[in-house]
Design a binder for this molecule. Sequence first.
Ligand code: URA
Length: 441
Amino acid sequence: MTRLLPARVIEKKRRGGELTREEVEGVFGGFLAGNVPDYQMAALLMAVHFRGMGAAELDALLELMIGSGAVLDLSHLPGPRVDKHSTGGVGDKTSLVLAPLAAELGLFVPMISGRGLGHTAGTLDKLEAIPGFRTHLTLAEFRSVLEEVGVAMMGQTEEIAPLDRRLYALRDATATVPSIPLIAASILSKKLAEGLQGLVLDVKAGSGAFLPAVEDSRDLARTMTALGNARGVRTVALLTGMEAPLGRAVGNGLETREAMECLAGRGPEDLSGLSCALTGEMLFVGGLVADPGEGGRLAREALAEGRAIPRMARLVERQGGDPRVVTNPGLIPLAPERGVVTAEVAGFVREILPVSLGYGVVELGGGRWRMEDDLDPRVGFVLAVRTGDRLEPGDPLGEVHAADVKGLEKGRRILRGAVVLGPEPPAPRLPLVRERIPPLA
Ligand code: URA
């Protein structure tokens, strides 16, 4: 075999060529083994960023990324293994609702999740707002919780997709994160290491999304569904709106409280509706229902009856947390300083800016600028209004939760800036689910 020169491969991609499987394996595999230096990989990533990747080379990269670490063998479980992934938004706590709900309805949900960075939050940070909850599990512990409860939730370990971790660090430092093929391979490398039979993707579009333009979200959704299905995992994507926060709570502990209320059938309509739509899709790709509409109906019934509560309590207990929070979310600690912000003028709520509130949580100490930052799970915002509401002066916009008086004042300014009022009503709200990309698109 001729020796593969990384510079030749970089040049080929720079010119827009499609790499062979051997070239992908040679350069990306060489990078993982320490034989291809960071500067060459950075150049290749930048070339991919501008030139994209074809289906075959992307599949080769994905295979390499999955195979760089452990792949869970969960074939002994007596039911379909299905997970959900969201590309991230503000106020999105659906994982905390749908994971126990889907398990209650017969699926096994091995959920490996991420942390928040920048304006979007992560499931692990929300779970850790529950006193005692452990998201650092060994794979053996994860497997045992999953076997017993039907759902387990943890963070990416060193053993899962190490090539993704190394590439992501380099992408982060070289402004090559927003590349659709690289995002698709990165997300799927971690999800497909879970040994799934089905995967549901919630790809956000709108100002609060990681990729705001709907064309980009659609492209990402199609790329991921094609890759997942080609690898034998029934993969479906919903394109959902993220031009306003999902639900009313933004901030880790506050969101966890809201998720628990939702499990008791008392969630806001948008959060409950999206959680059930996604659960319906999970039941569908898991083969438990003939169509996702039927799955959604089963999910709505189970949610309204609070049937997933005992399962969520078992999950919390098995992962070291206080299970009483599930029926008594008031046990999740609140921030010491709280204050209501009111409207100064009359008008309609034209917009609630998700990015302002997402970064607002970071400003209050509840999020991260860098991955190693610590966070305060108690801080955030609880909205009292929805887009389209008509307000009089003095009507509440929402509540700020802060660690101290200075934070409270900052939070008031942030909340006031995030709720945009105007004399005219806004255009009617679009349905949250905009498009569906079916498993065999
Ligand atoms: N999330 C991931 O896991 N990877 C990316 O590249 C982007 C978002």
